[in-house]
Each structure stands twice: as C-alpha cells, then as structure tokens.
Ligand binder design. Sequence first.
Ligand code: HEM
Length: 145
Amino acid sequence: MNDPEHSNKDASQDPQTTPYEQLGGASSLKAITDEFYALMDTKPNYKELRAVHGPDLGRARERLFWFLSGWLGGPALYVEKVGSPMLRARHLPFPIGEIERDQWVTCMVEAMTRQSVDEATRDRLAPHFYKTADWMRNKAEDSAP
Ligand code: HEM
C-alpha cells in the first residue's frame, strides 16, 4: 500500500515483532508521545512546530497516542475512538512546510531517545515518520531567488 498512513508494516526488525512491541507497548508509547509534546512545548528548536498548534496540546497528545498505537501494529485505538485517520485532510487547516516536517521528525526521534528507545529501533522508525510527515506538507515553500 502506498498510503503513508498504512505503510509501516516493514518497520519491524523481526517480522513477528511489531514496532509497537519493540517500543515496549502501550505504556512506553504513551511516555514517548507525552515526551514528544513536552519537548515541542519547551524547546526553542521546535518553536515553529509549536506555533502551528493551539495553546492546548492535550487533544493532539491523546490522539497521536491513539493513532500511533494502530500505526505501529498495536490496538487500532484511533479507528475505534475517532474513525478513519484521514491525517492529511485533518492537517490541512495547519500550514505545514519543510521546517515543520523536519522539526516534527527531530522531535519524535528526540522523544524516543529520551525514553530509552534503542538506536536500531529509532533508525528503523525514523524514515517512516519522515515519510508520513513529508506527506502532510501542504504549504508552498518560498523558492530561492
Ligand atoms: C509534519 C508536521 C506536523 C505538524 C505541524 C502537525 C500539527 C498538528 C496540529 C496543529 C494538530 C491539531 C491539534 C489539535 O487539534 O489540537 C495535529 C493533530 C494530529 N496530528 Fe499532527 N502534525 C504534524 C505531523 C504529524 C505526523 C507525522 C503524525 C503521525 C505520524 C501526526 C499525527 C497527528 C494526529 C493523530 C493528530 C490528531 C488528529 C485529529 O484527530 O484531529 N501529525 N497535528
């Protein structure tokens, strides 16, 4: 399948082990998504990414956890609770360019690192996060003069 929302099946080292399990299941994934938004909220190098969001990150934090649970091969919480992710459409109200994409991916890798996800798992997942974040871009970039 070419849809980046559903293309993460090969992110696992062992085909028997889902990325969700590799990360340590629900509690680890929750800690990673909490860390992700805490970093976004506080670190200056994520300020453009933070600025795209509203004052309250609580809704996005909860929903990212639900989404990633299913995307990584665990329980499909987002589909159960919300419905079809349609993530690109859901992000259209927010201007997303290369800076926001790159900050999102860097922030996620930093969150995984801080939550002690091993390097091999991080390296395996990072390109999939990048692909999904890149697919979310919806802003014309300034072209060089
Ligand atoms: C590329 C840069 C990205 C930016 C700037 C961005 C920004 C946002 C914003 C502003 C919201 C709305 C939060 C709210 O409703 O309060 C949101 C929601 C969400 N984002 Fe992102 N996002 C990005 C990438 C991603 C990626 C790569 C994923 C998944 C891997 C993702 C998953 C989600 C989910 C699941 C929601 C909740 C959608 C809903 O149910 O309304 N986002 N994002």
